[in-house]
Ligand binder design. Structure first.
Ligand code: CAA
Length: 284
């Protein structure tokens, strides 16, 4: 099986960007990974290298395989350099509508007309982001899940003007990457985060109303629903700030019944963001 995408630019080298870059490189696609500062870029590339080195230590990959894969990943600081000869951009920067639109305006200047623009947004309207470009027919949502290397799902989201050809190309790419695509229209949170938000937010309310303790809720969900993580473990893993951003967005779009639990707001205000900050619902 061949991919029509030989070289892809991934914008943003955080957890999602670097994870997506790894998935693409693993499938033999050249990846131009971009960030705004050298230190962020270094962190992203380092996280990929750490993972590959652990593959060698565990005897799951050999030196030669790792070297081939590393050569597929090309770090860049400038968009005009990173967008040369690419067929697709996957945007994975911070979940902020204004920043994303600014980025797409800039990409529009640098990219060839044929390049497809995909956004890894977890909730924001695709058509709204597409207004920053002159190619709404080639603009699509491509939402990976954390950690991208292990999670099989990609939500493919159609904006108002996304063409059938664009959707077909992205679905083929997902299959080429050995991911399972599902299609969604652009309702806030799409499929997974719309449901995930309600599930996580209710778990915070159970805790803050004293209905059950943290460990009992996590255990109940793991054993009762066969989830790999309970809601508090998962919230810490995703990052409570990210969860709150998703919740706020869904509430602003869909109404007060989606209002975030006060416990979540307080924890984010107190800097308890989960694993990345050293404490959240658990300490790390
Ligand atoms: N990248 C690449 N490989 C990884 C990895 C990563 N980040 N983390 C672990 N691995 C590898 C390990 O090296 C290990 O490899 P080997 O078995 O070959 O040695 C293998 O994966 C298993 O590692 P673990 O034993 O640590 O993994 P696990 O079995 O405990 O599973 C998990 C870890 C996949 C994260 C699992 O706990 C899980 O599925 N949790 C739920 C995750 C989830 O729900 N994610 C979605 C979040 S919501 C979202 O992403 C949407 C959004 O917009 C916010």
């Amino acid at each position: 099986m061949n991919s029509e995408f030989k070289k892809i630019a991934v914008i943003g080298s955080g957890t999602m960007g670097s994870g997506i870059a790894l998935v693409l490189a693993r499938a033999g696609i050249d990846v131009n990974i971009v960030d705004v500062e050298q230190k962020f870029l270094d962190l992203g590339v380092q996280s990929i290298e750490n993972f590959l080195n652990s593959r060698i230590r565990k005897g799951k990959m050999n030196d030669q395989e790792v070297n081939i894969l590393k050569k597929k990943i090309h770090p860049f600081l400038k968009l005009e350099d990173a967008t040369r000869d690419i067929q697709l951009v996957i945007e994975a920067i911070t979940e902020d509508e204004k920043s994303k639109k600014q980025l797409f305006e800039e990409l529009e200047i640098h990219c060839d007309d044929q390049v497809i623009f995909a956004t890894n947004t977890s909730a924001i309207k695709i058509s709204e982001l597409a207004t920053a470009t002159k190619r709404p027919d080639k603009f699509v949502g491509m939402h990976f899940f954390n950690p991208p290397a292990l999670m099989n799902l990609v939500e493919v989201i159609r904006g108002d003007k996304t063409s059938d050809i664009t959707i077909e190309s992205i679905i083929s790419l997902c299959k080429f990457l050995e991911k399972t695509p599902v299609l969604s229209k652009e309702a806030p949170g799409f499929i997974v985060n719309r449901l995930l938000w309600v599930f996580l937010n209710e778990s915070y309310k159970l805790l803050e109303n004293g209905i059950a303790e943290r460990d009992h809720i996590d255990k109940a969900i793991k054993l009762g629903l066969n989830h790999p993580m309970g809601p508090f473990e998962l919230s810490d893993y995703i990052g409570l700030d990210v969860v709150l951003e998703i919740g706020e967005y869904i509430k602003n779009q869909l109404g007060e019944q989606y209002e975030p639990a006060s416990l979540l707001r307080k924890m984010v205000n107190d800097g308890k963001l989960g694993k990345k900050s050293g404490s959240g619902f658990y300490n790390y």
